[in-house]
Design a protein around this ligand. Structure first.
Ligand SMILES: *Cc1c(COP(=O)(O)O)cnc(C)c1O
Length: 455
């Protein structure tokens, strides 16, 4: 085949040879996959030449936007100089060291060290092992149980999927593994009943206290949560939630783990999500925005409390990946963070485009099929409602979200739906007129929902 025929046959080749993540392959092969060929700024282009505004930054990750030559050049330089070396046997590489320092410089307070992984899922497995190792090194052999939340997402490895609270993921894999327990989520719209958001926030936070009592304080190692649930539907917790969670972890001597894979590196208008909510975790998994997705890299930020025990008491931590701290990925991440710093992108979200996005997104709340449209920084969640005045949801949430999403995609806007929630997480560089375009196209999709579905 000539390269032109190969390109025109990519769909068929994909169907024949490629299994996609989180996909029903029979349906996908029937519908045909969309092949994305190039991108620039906030736009992606598919193999038919069609242009889309990507309001999802790839998969919550391309925070500095597409087409950054600086990152490509930093990667090229590093690859030419040293394509690979490991950090295992008393060695490491310059970008790996400098990246750890750079991350710590933004972490604030006591999160001064980083353990590198290749992904957020590996970061979940890594902190999970660290938390147990920490308590064991302190002689608290029973402190092994971990509490997480329903409808959380922490990755797709065995520990990641177990920590996550996606029932359908658990059902496919005999999960969760032993020692992981789930409590409720701060999803007021769906589960808040007659309580005010503030009351509900306290109530679900206190489920943590109840679960600790049930399991026994001496048996619980850690509690993990995303500052704002991402894949679960951009569930923004009531303001009362996080301070109460932090209080409980402190009083009960439980490690607090903040999953910063989405919220980390600026998305909420602060360097980390825990800073937005004014809490300080003991461990914080990171990935996605660390490199803006240009190359795969993740890690766990480790507080002095845990690191001191690991350094002073533990001896060897028998854990690591061939590519932990990969120099080329670290060089990409360093360049990405340099761009975020020099262009003031975190401040831009806090003071400028974040408030602009918030107002535009909120304007959708007056639409007949919208229950709520909330955002923090550049992370927006929109709740579809069959009866907004009665706070009643559609009977088939997945179909409804898919209908709206497909309408958006047809009209050149990449959005994601989780059940009956529409999610936005654009690049930090999105312009005001591009924000307007996102909201206009989404509004048209909402009109389409209103005009086609009657419940
Ligand atoms: C994406 C995600 C992960 C998993 O990261 P991968 O790099 O896909 O393994 C973990 N936690 C959160 C909150 C995520 O959004």
């Amino acid at each position: 085949m000539t390269s032109a025929t190969v390109l025109s046959n990519l769909g068929a080749i994909d169907a024949a040879h490629h299994l996609h993540p989180f996909s029903d392959m029979k349906k996908l092969n029937a519908a045909g996959t969309r092949v994305i060929e190039r991108a620039e700024g906030v736009h992606i282009f598919d193999s038919t030449g069609k242009k889309y505004l990507d309001a999802f930054a790839g998969l919550w990750c391309v925070n500095v936007g597409y087409g950054r030559r600086e990152i490509a050049e930093a990667v090229h330089r590093q690859m030419s100089e040293l394509p690979y070396y490991n950090s295992f046997f008393g060695t490491t590489t310059p970008p790996t060291i400098l990246l750890a320092q750079k991350i710590a410089s933004h972490a604030g307070g006591k999160l001064n060290r980083v353990f590198f992984t290749n992904s957020g899922s590996e970061a979940s497995d890594t902190w999970f092992r660290m938390a147990r190792v920490y308590w064991k090194a302190l002689g608290k052999l029973e402190k092994t149980q971990v509490i997480a939340r329903r409808n959380a997402y922490h990755g797709s490895t065995v520990a990641g999927a177990s920590l996550g609270g996606m029932k359908w993921m658990h059902e496919q894999g005999n999960l969760p593994i032993e020692g992981i327990h789930h409590i409720g989520q701060p999803y007021w719209y769906a589960e808040g009943g007659d309580l005010s958001p503030a009351e509900f926030g306290l109530k679900v936070a206190r489920e943590l206290e109840q679960k600790i009592d049930e399991l026994g304080e001496d048996r619980v190692a850690a509690f993990v949560a995303e500052p704002i649930q991402g894949a679960g539907g951009v569930i923004i917790p009531p303001e009362t939630y996080w301070p109460e969670v932090a209080r409980i972890c402190r009083e009960r001597d439980i490690l607090l783990v903040s999953d910063e894979v989405i919220c980390g590196f600026g998305r909420l208008g602060s360097w980390f999500g825990y800073q937005h909510y004014g809490v300080e975790p003991d461990l914080a998994p990171i990935a996605k925005g660390l490199s803006s997705g240009y190359l795969p890299i993740g890690g766990v930020m480790v507080s002095d409390r845990v690191a001191d025990v690991m350094v002073e008491e533990l001896g060897d931590f028998y854990h690591g990946f061939t590519y932990s701290g990969h120099p080329v990925c670290a060089a990409a991440a360093l360049e990405n963070l340099r761009i975020i710093e020099e262009e003031g992108l975190v401040e831009r979200i806090r003071d400028d485009i974040g408030p602009y996005f918030a107002a535009a997104w909120k304007s959708l709340e007056s639409h007949e099929v919208v229950g709520e449209a909330e955002s923090v920084g550049l992370m927006g969640g929109l709740q579809l409602a069959a009866d907004k005045w009665a706070r009643r949801r559609y009977a088939k949430p997945d179909d409804i979200g898919t209908l709206v999403r497909n309408h958006c995609v047809e009209n050149g806007l990449i959005m994601r739906a989780t059940g009956d929630r529409m999610l936005a997480s654009p690049a930090f560089t999105i312009s005001r007129s591009e924000v307007d375009e996102v909201v206009d196209k989404l509004r048209k999709a909402l009109d389409h929902l209103r005009d086609t579905v009657r419940e």
